[in-house]
Design a protein around this ligand. Structure first.
Ligand code: NAP
Ligand code: G3P
Length: 484
């Protein structure tokens, strides 16, 4: 069983086997609950000098880890998933305290992660290569045979965001490990305790010393050092577009997997099932108080059905509970007051520029009540900026072309939803949208975790999703046989 760390400010001591770094400087990052400001705990504020030996240790440990049979690497992951399942109530409780995710969503994140790890373990046993004969190419006889397989990249730096500090850590760490890489994991500071609990599960499952190294500390203080470390062979990052672009400027020749911000549109056509669309849009826009990259962040609805859609939306938004995550409220405090200030800025801008406020514009510090705006226009910030909060703008459009243009004019290209009964129309629209995924008659979302998850433009680079992540964390290695 884990030691409870709530309120005691307990500090994880570095384990002798070097899995966790304890700041020798004594500097700590204190983590407070977004709900009531109470101290959840402290984590070491690791300096580059303190982190360096662990990155070196990761590189050393990786050489042995890569020689462990894939089936045995998979067994460690299966055991970790079982431990995670066993500890789910404790770890979900940490999420509730540390990031104000409600109990239902916190438990869902943990159980989803156990499922992700089991699935990844099995996928990792099915890494394949291929053999090619030279005779297929003009001018060559059947005298050469290329035999290739996939090998690990080495040390993977995994960086996770606050909103899924466990699932979006596992989505990087599990594929990296099963493929034979070692991992340096930089958790989000607000989420670091949850991430440490998760990392401890992996260590308890039997990872050899040095294969997983958790380096806590503010990203702005330690991030560039880790990204630029010569022994880091690959960077897998999930977070804001701003930080992702910054990292992309530092990685040079290192392979990079970026899952960044979004401004996902829900396009609602005249023949849509408006009740279904409303249910999916509200769930997609307001779960975890809108703090999801794949949240529905704008509605583009045909003018002729806009009033009817609003008639379906309003009772669903009004029915949402607002309060503490411990009480399983639908809408809970945002991660920080700064986050609340930014959402309020967007709300104030929309009001000032004449948007019609249907509900909301009510706030208690970082607790933002759900807001729904009608008649939002493209000159308003809320039409384009990612609030990462419970505010949803409705833009009325007259044509499909207009909806496609507004969707594509965004700097983001994560996902979009299209609601219509005409599959030909939907596929025609999907072909024109510059995004990673189009959800047909469904809310925008990353799951299930084995699906390809892609962001284009400012929403990312590369493809996440179990098999895709394993491929991104390995490379082809070929041996050519020459017959004489
Ligand atoms: P963030 O501020 O970009 O932080 C993400 C992670 O990067 C954190 O671990 C952070 O550490 C670290 N970091 C910060 N500066 C860094 C640097 N210079 N070098 C290396 N790492 C650095 O994002 P967030 O606030 O955690 O999450 C919200 C954003 O992430 C939103 O834009 C959301 O859309 C996006 N997001 C995207 C996805 C997706 O799958 N596409 C999923 C979730 C979130 P600290 O916590 O210590 O600052
Ligand atoms: O923002 C986190 C992103 O990965 C969303 O995941 O499954 O809630 O759509 P999901």
């Amino acid at each position: 069983m884990f030691r409870c760390i709530f309120g005691e400010g307990n500090i994880y001591k570095n384990l002798l086997d070097g899995r966790w770094v304890d700041s020798q400087s004594g500097k700590r990052d204190q983590i407070f609950s977004p709900t009531d400001g109470s101290l959840v705990g402290e984590v070491p504020a690791t300096t580059p000098e303190e982190a360096d030996p662990f990155v070196k240790g990761a590189a050393q440990a990786q050489r042995s880890w890569a020689k462990v049979p894939a089936s045995e690497r998979a067994d460690v992951l299966h055991k970790a998933a079982d431990i995670l399942e066993r500890e789910k109530e404790v770890i979900a409780g940490v999420l509730v305290r540390e990031i104000a995710k409600n109990k239902k969503s916190s438990l869902s994140e943990v159980t989803r992660t156990a499922d992700l790890i089991h699935f990844t373990a099995e996928e990792g046993k099915r890494l394949t290569g291929e053999s090619l004969s030279s005779g297929a190419f003009p001018g060559f006889h059947e005298t050469k045979l290329s035999i290739s397989n996939r090998v690990p990249l080495g040390v993977v730096l995994a960086i996770a965001p606050f909103n899924y500090p466990i699932n979006l850590a596992a989505s990087k760490i599990a594929p990296a490990l099963v493929a034979g890489n070692s991992v340096v994991f930089k958790p989000p500071t607000q989420g670091a305790i949850s991430a440490l609990y998760f990392s401890r599960v992996l260590c308890e499952a039997g990872l050899p010393a040095g294969v997983l190294n958790v380096i806590t500390g503010q990203g702005r203080a330690i991030g560039d050092y880790l990204v630029g470390h010569p022994l880091v062979n690959m960077v897998a990052f999930t977070g804001s577009s701003k930080v992702g672009k910054h990292i992309a400027g530092l990685t040079g020749m290192k392979p990079l997997l970026l899952e960044l911000g979004g401004k996902d549109a829900a396009i609602v056509l005249e023949d849509a099932d408006l009740s279904l669309a409303a249910q999916h849009i509200v769930a997609g826009a307001f779960s975890f108080s809108g703090q999801r990259c794949t949240a529905v962040k704008r509605i583009l609805v045909m003018e002729s059905v806009a009033d009817k859609l609003i008639g379906h939306l309003m009772p669903l938004v009004q029915a949402m509970t607002v309060g503490r995550p411990e009480d399983n409220a639908d809408i809970t405090p945002l991660i920080s007051e700064e986050a609340g200030d930014f959402v309020q800025e967007l709300i104030d801008d929309a009001v000032k520029k004449g948007a019609k406020l249907l509900i909301g514009n009510k706030r208690n510090k970082n607790l933002i009540y759900p807001a729904l705006f009608d008649k939002v226009t493209v000159d308003m910030r809320i039409a384009w900026e990612e609030p990462f909060g419970p505010v949803l703008p409705i833009l009325r459009v007259k044509t499909i072309d207009e909806a496609v243009k507004i969707t594509n004019d965004s700097e983001y290209g994560l996902q979009a939803s299209v609601f219509s009964k005409n599959i030909d129309t939907v596929f025609g629209i999907a072909a024109r949208l510059d995004v990673g995924t189009i959800q047909v008659n469904g809310k925008t979302e990353r799951g299930p975790d084995h699906f390809p998850f892609v962001g284009v433009k400012s929403s990312g680079m590369g493809t996440q999703g179990i098999r895709y992540s394993i491929e991104a964390m390995t490379r082809t290695k070929a041996v050519v046989l020459n017959f004489h």
